[in-house]
Design a protein around this ligand. Structure first.
Ligand code: ADP
Ligand code: MG
Length: 733
């Protein structure tokens, strides 16, 4: 009898064990039992042939309709063509040589056929499929497993059809001792779960759909709980670290700022503000994610937190993903503070502090002065890129770090913050994101942070109208779009034209990170599309054509930082009418006078990205307009995505849509979370309920037993997640 850790070879024999290892990387009984069926075929039902995708490796349950043989012209031998059907559509199987059992493929016979889907003469075909026959006295011995009502269909590899895998699994299960359940009995009972050994058997050998459901429920729980345990422990250990307590002090810079605020805070801003005020007061670090639509007023909230910290005699740092954004943040913080940011200058307010911008591309002398201000504590607020933390910049007394735009700031970077504060304490951390994240993703991917959201926009914000400009169907609309740009400029406003690529003849992959194309699924099979439109190509065409006479500038990540900065400054000052840019304008850029944005090749961007981009217009009192230009025809999913973006301004709705359109792996991968490992069964989209309950259970267990000393099984489950995470991290770096 065997355990999950036993190697497969003694159980299955050398040949099968080798095949499983080579094709699928499965070495132990545990590996094999965790290779879950992708789906189940019902014995009486045939596979829908119309749903097959070209080039996919598939397993089809179908009935033989017709068999024909002809001899090959060039060589000796015969081709056998077998047409199978699902009852309505045909699928051709071609055999170029005689194979065993071929003679049993007679009309009316049913079987499983496995191979890669190809196309020939406009019908789908499988060349040299492997097959296993069902029914009849001579039912394939390999098809024992198929006597059941539900036939497991495994992720297969060529040379290793699903029924061979099923046979190995059956054999392994028949000699398996079972496994001690890692979950405490009371948890199993409370959550109404099946024990692990039963779940692992049922997932492979279900007697019906109810069994499948039971098994899946349990296996999903394990995945959700493992991840949530890791996150709960991470939250716990971070929260247990010491931090600088920064209690609010009356009569300081925060009070002075509040007294001057030209608008009342929204309810959401007040609420989140109170939470932040309380957490900054604590002796353990805040670790909070603040979500909020573009323009929902996150920056004000963060600034108030920073001022509380300055009042407590500590420093606050604000990190942005790019130097352009850092420069812009520094500028807008200074604007908001006015003479409260002018410490050391003539006419400074009494409670004033100093805001220092620190970037890698600053002239040496200025950088030296900035470093000095940071080290001496003269700078209450330091703004820079993420490099600020990774570099050996030394702070006098760093107490609080605000990170703008979390999606480029993962767990590893957050870890790097530990111990960066004075006296080896951890700084309080507030991560802000304008990308609304569906709840389940937030709980999993950013599960080591507490989450707050600003859901209402400040009053007086202008609505943004969005439309798709389908140039293939309505070529005239593009002309009209440029005309709208001219009208806005004539009315004293400004415009953005966004392109997916920088250009300069470089191949797309040479472009700067994040500015090329989003990792968004395109409609497949369109690799032959023309390259995406580029800033350096579009700008001269516009300048010479539809936008001639306007003041146009380019902005993209390949420009030297100084130049970028001066272009942004000129645009902000109204000296540039039209900014032709890449996604560098995606985040943080705030020019309220800009009212129209034309996004070229809009189909090349992701849903969330488009939503972010359009948030750059309509930030002032005049209404905003966003035009999504595309050549993609109607009726495609890509076009549907664009229509969806045009139809709603609700970021949470779009985030949900984005999630549905992506593969789960993409979400987890892109989020750099580390929690991406081990999710085979669990769906962030459909299993919100399991995730929520597992999170609560994990929290409860960890609160009571932080190191899981009294929960050996759970400790092992968590350790597996961490191991995979570490392995992936090492692979990446
Ligand atoms: P976010 O960082 O969430 O994109 P900001 O904090 O930059 O949003 O705010 C966007 C604009 O709205 C800024 O010009 C800011 O001064 C203004 N604003 C913020 N809060 C309010 C409020 N409560 N009422 C009116 N305007 C506000
Ligand atoms: Mg902002």
């Amino acid at each position: 009898m065997s355990t999950l850790d036993d190697p497969l070879e003694p159980l299955l024999g050398r040949k099968s064990a080798r095949a499983l290892e080579t094709a699928l990387g499965l070495r132990t009984v545990g590996d094999l039992l965790r290779h879950y069926p992708r789906r189940y075929a019902e014995r009486g039902e045939l596979t829908n042939i119309a749903s097959l995708e070209l080039d996919e490796h598939v397993t089809v349950l179908a009935e033989v309709q017709k068999v024909s043989k002809r001899s090959m012209k060039s060589r000796r031998g015969t081709i056998t063509e077998v047409v199978v059907t699902d009852g309505s559509r045909p699928l051709t199987l071609v055999f170029f040589a005689r194979v065993a059992e071929l003679g049993k493929l007679v009309p009316g016979r049913r079987g499983l056929f496995a191979g890669k889907v190809g196309r020939f003469n406009r019908t789908l075909q499988l060349a040299h499929p492997e097959f296993a026959l069902l029914g009849g006295e001579d039912e394939d011995a390999a098809a024992d497993a198929f006597a059941r009502a539900l036939i497991p269909v495994y992720p297969a590899a060529s040379g290793l059809p699903t029924w061979s895998i099923a046979r190995c699994v059956d054999q392994a299960i028949s000699m398996w001792d079972g496994v001690e359940d890692p979950l405490p009995a009371e948890l199993i009972e409370r959550a109404g779960l099946t024990d692990l050994a039963t779940a692992l058997r049922l997932v492979h050998q279900p007697g019906g759909w109810a069994d499948v459901e039971r098994a899946r429920q349990r296996l999903k729980w394990d995945e959700a709980l493992s991840v949530q345990l890791v996150l709960a422990r991470r939250r716990g250990s971070t929260a247990a670290r010491p931090a600088m307590a920064c209690p609010r002090r009356g009569g300081g810079i925060l009070d002075a700022f509040d007294a001057r605020l030209p608008f009342p805070l929204t309810g959401g801003q007040r609420e989140v503000g109170e939470v932040i005020e309380r957490e900054l007061t604590g002796e353990h670090p805040m670790n909070r994610l603040l979500q909020g639509e573009v323009g929902s007023g996150k920056t004000v909230v963060a600034l108030r937190g920073m001022l509380q910290v300055v009042d407590a005699g500590r420093q606050a740092a604000m990190l942005a993903p790019t130097e352009v954004l850092a420069a812009q943040h520094a500028r807008s913080l200074r604007e908001m503070l006015g003479d409260l940011a002018a410490a050391g200058e003539l006419g400074a307010a009494e409670q004033a502090t100093k805001i220092v911008l620190l970037t890698g591309s600053m002239p040496v002398a200025r950088r030296r002065q900035a470093l000095l201000d940071v080290a001496s504590g003269a700078a209450g607020i330091v703004v820079g890129t993420h490099a600020l933390i990774q570099d050996s910049v030394s702070f006098a007394e760093l107490g609080f770090v605000v990170v703008d735009e979390q999606h480029r700031f993962g767990v590893e970077q957050r870890d790097a913050l530990r111990g960066r504060a004075a006296g080896g304490t951890s700084p309080h951390v507030l991560v802000m994101t304008a990308t609304p994240i569906p709840r389940t993703v937030a709980m999993t991917v950013y599960g080591d942070l507490e989450v707050s959201a600003l859901r209402e926009l400040p009053r007086g914000r202008s609505p943004i109208a969005s439309s798709v400009v389908p140039v293939t169907e309505k070529p005239g609309w593009l002309e009209r779009a440029w005309q709208r740009v001219r009208e806005e400029v004539a009315a004293g406003h400004q415009a953005y034209v966004v392109c997916p690529r920088i250009g300069e003849g470089g191949s797309p992959t040479e472009d700067v990170e994040g500015e090329l194309v989003d990792a968004e699924p395109t409609d497949g099979a369109d690799t032959a599309r023309r390259p995406p439109l580029a800033v350096t190509e579009v700008l001269p065409e516009l300048a010479a054509g539809p936008l001639s006479g306007l003041r146009i500038s380019a902005l993209h990540g390949k420009m030297p930082a100084e130049e970028k900065d001066s272009v942004m400054r000129a645009f902000a000052a109204g000296e540039v009418d039209v900014l032709v840019a890449t996604t560098v304008v995606e985040v943080g850029v705030n020019v309220p006078n800009a009212t129209v944005m034309v996004i070229m090749d809009a189909d090349r961007f992701g849903v969330s990205q488009l939503h972010q981009l359009r948030g750059r217009v309509g930030r002032g009192t005049a209404p905003g307009l966003c035009l999504l230009v595309t050549e993609v025809p109607e009726g495609t999913t890509t076009r549907e995505r664009l229509d969806a973006v045009a139809s709603t301004l609700d970021g949470f709705e779009l985030a949900q849509l984005d999630l549905e359109l992506r593969k789960e792996g993409d979400i987890l991968g892109a989020a750099q979370s580390g929690a991406r490992s081990g999710l085979k069964m669990l769906s962030l989209l459909r299993d919100a309920d399991v995730i929520t309950r597992a999170r609560a259970e994990a929290q409860r267990v960890v609160a009571d037993d932080p190191d899981l000393n009294r929960h050996e099984g759970l400790a092992r489950m968590a350790a597996e997640v961490v191991d995979t995470e570490r392995a992936e991290y090492l692979e990446k770096s």
